[in-house]
Design a protein around this ligand. Structure first.
Ligand code: C2E
Ligand code: CA
Ligand code: CA
Ligand code: CA
Length: 279
C-alpha cells in the first residue's frame, strides 16, 4: 500500500507539474500573441426574427496559436483577465472591429451594426468612454455603427461610475447591450437603474425554452419586460427552429445562433455581406 501510495503521488505530481507548465506556457504565449498579430475577430450574424433582416454582427475573439490551431476565448480570456493583458487586447478588439467595419464600407459593402464584447476590467477603467471615442475618431468610424456588450456583474461594482460611463458612451451614439442577461444577480433593478438599449437573453435559458416550462417562462418574462421598458431583446444560442418559433410567438426582436450561422472569419463574413447587398 505504501508503494502504491508513492506511485499515486508520483502520477499526481507529474500531472500537476504538467498542468503548471502548460499554464505558464499559455501565459507567456499570450504575452506575445498581441504583438505577433495572432488574434483575430470572427463575426456572428444577428437577425430580426420577423423578417430575417441582418441587423448586427457580434465580434468574437479567436487566437491562432502557432501549432495549436484556433483557440477559443473560454481558454484564454480568463488568463487575459487575471494577468491584466485584457487591457491591451480589449483595446485591440475595439480597433480591429472599427477598422473591419470601415474597410467593409470602403469595399462597398453595407455591414450592419457591430457588437463588441467589453470585459469588466476594461469597462471600469477611468477614461474608457474617452478611449472608445478616440479609437472611433482615429478611424473615422460612426459611433452609431457599434454596440458594446457588457455583463450585468460589471455593473455591481461602482454604480455611479458605471452610469456615467454608460451615459457618455450613449451620448457618443453607441448602443449598449446587457450580455448574458439573467445569469447574474439583481437583473431587474439594473434595467431600471442603468441606461441600456438591448437585453441579450442568455443561451442557458434559450437552449431549452422549447422543452422546459421554467425556461419558457423566464424567456417569455424577459421578452415582455424588455418590450415594456422599450428595450430590444436579442436571444443568443438559437439552434433549433422550435426555439425560434417559440421566441417569435413571444415577440422577441432578434436572434443569434448556430441555426443561422456560427461565428465566421472576416473573409467569410464579407461573402455573406456581399450576398446580402446583391439581393
Ligand atoms: P458570449 O458573449 O456570451 O458569446 C456567445 C458565445 O456563444 C460565443 O462563444 C458564440 O460562439 C457562442 N454561440 C453562438 N451561437 C451559439 C449556439 O447556437 N450554440 C452554442 N452552443 N453556442 C453559440 P465564443 O466565441 O466561444 O465566446 C465565448 C465568450 O468569450 C463570449 O461569450 C464572451 O464572454 C467572451 N468573449 C469573446 N470575445 C470576446 C472579446 O473580444 N472580449 C471579451 N472581453 N470577451 C470576449
Ligand atoms: Ca457577447
Ligand atoms: Ca452572451
Ligand atoms: Ca452567454
Amino acid at each position: 500500500a505504501k508503494k502504491a501510495g508513492r506511485n499515486l503521488f508520483r502520477v499526481f505530481s507529474t500531472d500537476m507539474a504538467h498542468l503548471l507548465s502548460e499554464r505558464l506556457e499559455l501565459e507567456s504565449d499570450l504575452r506575445e500573441a498581441l504583438e505577433l498579430g495572432e488574434f483575430e475577430l470572427f463575426y456572428q450574424p444577428q437577425l430580426l426574427i420577423d423578417t430575417g433582416e441582418l441587423i448586427g454582427l457580434e465580434a468574437l475573439l479567436r487566437w491562432r496559436r502557432p501549432g495549436r490551431g484556433v483557440v477559443m476565448p473560454a481558454v484564454f480570456i480568463p488568463v487575459l483577465e487575471e494577468t491584466g493583458l485584457i487591457d491591451g487586447v480589449g483595446e485591440w478588439v475595439l480597433r480591429a472591429a472599427c477598422s473591419q467595419y470601415v474597410s467593409w464600407c470602403k469595399a462597398g459593402l453595407r455591414p450592419p451594426r457591430i457588437a463588441v464584447n467589453v470585459s469588466g476590467r476594461q469597462f471600469l477603467q477611468t477614461g474608457f468612454s474617452e478611449s472608445v471615442s478616440r479609437i472611433l475618431r482615429d478611424q473615422d468610424a460612426a459611433p452609431t455603427a457599434f454596440q458594446l456588450e457588457i455583463t450585468e456583474t460589471v455593473l455591481a461594482r461602482d454604480t455611479r461610475h458605471c452610469i456615467d460611463t454608460l451615459r457618455s458612451l450613449r451620448a457618443l451614439g453607441l448602443e449598449i447591450a446587457l450580455d448574458d442577461f439573467g445569469t447574474g444577480y439583481s437583473s431587474l433593478s439594473y434595467l431600471k437603474r442603468f441606461p441600456i438599449d438591448v437585453i441579450k437573453l442568455d443561451r442557458s435559458f434559450v437552449s431549452e425554452c422549447h422543452l422546459k416550462e421554467e425556461d419558457a417562462a423566464i424567456c417569455a418574462a424577459v421578452i415582455s419586460l424588455g418590450r415594456t421598458l422599450g428595450l430590444k431583446t436579442v436571444a443568443e444560442g438559437v439552434e433549433e427552429s422550435t426555439q425560434l418559433e417559440f421566441l417569435q410567438r413571444e415577440g422577441c426582436l432578434a436572434c443569434q445562433g448556430y441555426l443561422f450561422s456560427p461565428p465566421k472569419s472576416a473573409h467569410e463574413t464579407a461573402e455573406l455581406l456581399r450576398e446580402r447587398s446583391c439581393l
